[in-house]
Design a protein around this ligand. Structure first.
Ligand code: ADP
Length: 527
């Protein structure tokens, strides 16, 4: 219907003539016999309408006005009216006042004028169709977002319920050390789930905006595989699956972001464990094939219908969104997998013979060109190694956060780690506290009413005696522009909440050691 030109000529002979002329210009109109027929055809679909003044007068022009008024918001069908009397004709005047998208042409009209007016009308209509398609796509993505929000709230509720229960238990447990330890384990695991979820979302939004920076280094394919197995092993074990691992015999090097690549393989492993009934088999293999490094994760699980094989990599797509297993996810894991693999110059494919037939995911990545590396030159794989444990020094730390619980709990932990801590709950009192307390380190929340963390940071930087104090931004926003803002304001680091304490301690110790030997602003040495 998208190129459909409706024609209502005054007589049958005019119809023949017009058809011949328009055919020569490559236009083939649909001929209507009456104005009524034209109106009903407009309802079926019209790219443009060409009609004669006389034909309009013979019918009920108001019906045409009603048919045109009945269009969806994106649509404004162009109408060309041929009138022998010029625009002073009563019908032409009525048409110009009543019908929206009207062009009036005097008769006799030159063929070229008519054809060019029609082509312009059809082109304008094409643009409307494009807008319609974009609107449809937006509506569809809006629907998907709604579904996503519903799933997201469900996903957040999952870990929050056991955390809340654990808190009740802690209150009631008194000094029963065993119960406390068990409950703390649960809390830690569940908080980890929430953090992973939020991290995935942030990562996806960063990738979607093209704002991701890969931290590439030379890394062994074997190490990627082992680290992914370390992180996903518990899921595979819990589900009672048999795990078969096949590593390459030779060392294969990649030039890749180790953390992200491990995340990719772990994601595939978690899915294999999740979408396979208890006691299944999962085979993971890594090998070299020509210039490529290939990783495959194969399971004996529920399989994937053929028509879904490529779609499952799209955002929020799940084969069976109402199924129990899918409910434990958001349908973004595979989107992340695909984007990260593509950012590395590789690609990922899903294979399955169909429902109930198991699935296999195969990743192909370009291997590092120069594989002849001596043993002593082997990559450090530092990002995957155990985090160095750093003993935090006894520092004076100022925490400023308008969220009392967040500030107080962080202060408690820092005190338990041996630091001397003071807390303030807004910008101005943070400033006063800093002057009096002369901290070595300030941890400032950024989003605070009134004087926010950025302004407080800028002021603290200009305070006499505090120039060398370490200053970290604590915020819920981990976007690159947020990091840029805090760096501009003079912060030494930007930490996204909830802060991982091991990283914080390490950062404090490292930064403090940077200034080691030289006393910090308050006269305390940092090591
Ligand atoms: P989620 O698992 O959170 O739903 P993913 O993006 O990881 O999201 O996966 C998208 C969909 O692909 C899943 O909902 C599931 O239907 C299907 N899928 C992924 N991995 C497998 C697998 N190993 N076996 C069968 N289906 C899978």
């Amino acid at each position: 219907m998208t190129g459909r030109l409706l024609l209502l000529p005054p007589t049958a002979r005019d119809a023949e003539l017009s058809c011949a002329i328009l055919a020569e210009a490559g236009l083939s109109p649909f001929i209507c016999q009456t104005l009524e027929e034209l109106c009903s055809e407009i309802g079926t679909g019209a790219a443009a309408v060409l009609l004669a003044d006389a034909a309009l007068k013979e019918g009920d022009p108001e019906r045409l006005a009603a048919a045109l008024a009945h269009q969806p918001p994106w649509s404004d069908v162009p109408v060309i009216l041929l009138t022998p009397l010029g625009p002073d004709s009563i019908t032409a005047l009525w048409a110009m006042q009543t019908l929206g998208n009207i062009t009036v042409l005097d008769q006799p009209v030159r063929v070229m004028t008519l054809v060019s007016a029609l082509r312009t009308a059809l082109k304008a209509r094409q643009r409307q169709y494009e807008l319609r398609d974009r609107l449809d796509a937006l509506r569809q993505s809006d629907r998907q977002k709604d579904e996503f929000l519903a799933t997201l709230s469900h996903e957040l509720r999952n870990p929050l319920a056991p955390i809340r229960n654990a808190l009740h238990v802690l209150r009631l447990a008194g000094n029963d050390e065993q119960t406390r330890a068990r409950v703390l384990d649960t809390m830690e695991r569940q908080v980890g789930n929430v953090i992973r979820l939020v991290d995935d979302l942030l990562e996806l939004s960063r990738i979607n905006q093209g704002r991701i920076e890969l931290r590439k280094e030379r890394i062994k394919l074997q190490t990627v595989l082992r680290s992914a197995l370390e992180s996903s092993g518990p899921q595979v074990e819990d589900a009672g699956h048999e795990l078969i691992v096949s590593e390459p015999r030779e060392t294969i090097l990649l030039h890749a972001d180790p953390v992200r690549l491990v995340q990719v393989v772990a994601n595939l492993l978690n899915n294999a464990a999740k979408y396979t009934d208890r006691g299944g088999r999962i085979e993971v293999s890594a090998r070299g094939e020509g210039e490529d490094a290939v990783i495959s994760v194969k399971d004996t699980g529920i399989g994937i219908p053929r028509d879904m094989l490529s779609r499952i990599f799209d955002m929020f797509v799940q084969v069976d969104p109402s199924g129990d297993r899918a409910r434990q996810g958001l349908g973004i894991g595979l989107t992340l997998v695909k984007r990260i693999v593509e950012l590395h110059g590789g690609h990922v494919e899903a294979h399955s013979a169909g429902t109930g037939q198991g699935s296999e995911f195969i990743i192909r990545l370009p291997a590092f060109a120069d594989q002849r590396v001596k043993r002593e030159e082997m990559p450090l794989d530092a990002a995957l190694g155990e985090r160095r444990k750093v003993d935090a020094a006894r520092l004076r730390i100022l925490v400023v956060d308008d969220h009392h619980d967040a500030g107080d709990s962080l202060a408690t932990v820092l005190r338990l780690l041996g630091h001397v801590v003071r807390v303030a709950y807004d910008g101005p009192s943070g400033l006063v506290a800093a002057r009096a307390f002369q901290p070595d380190v300030a941890l400032l929340d950024i989003g605070m009413p009134g004087m926010d963390g950025i302004e407080l940071g800028q002021r603290l930087r200009h305070e006499v005696g505090l120039e060398r104090m370490l200053m970290f931004a604590l915020t819920g926003f981990g976007r690159d522009e947020d990091r840029h803002r805090s760096r501009e304001a003079g912060f030494d680091a930007h930490l996204v909440k909830p802060v991982d304490l091991a990283s914080l301690s390490q950062l404090i110790a490292e930064q403090a050691r940077g200034a080691a030997g030289t006393p910090t602003a308050s006269g305390h040495t940092a090591s």
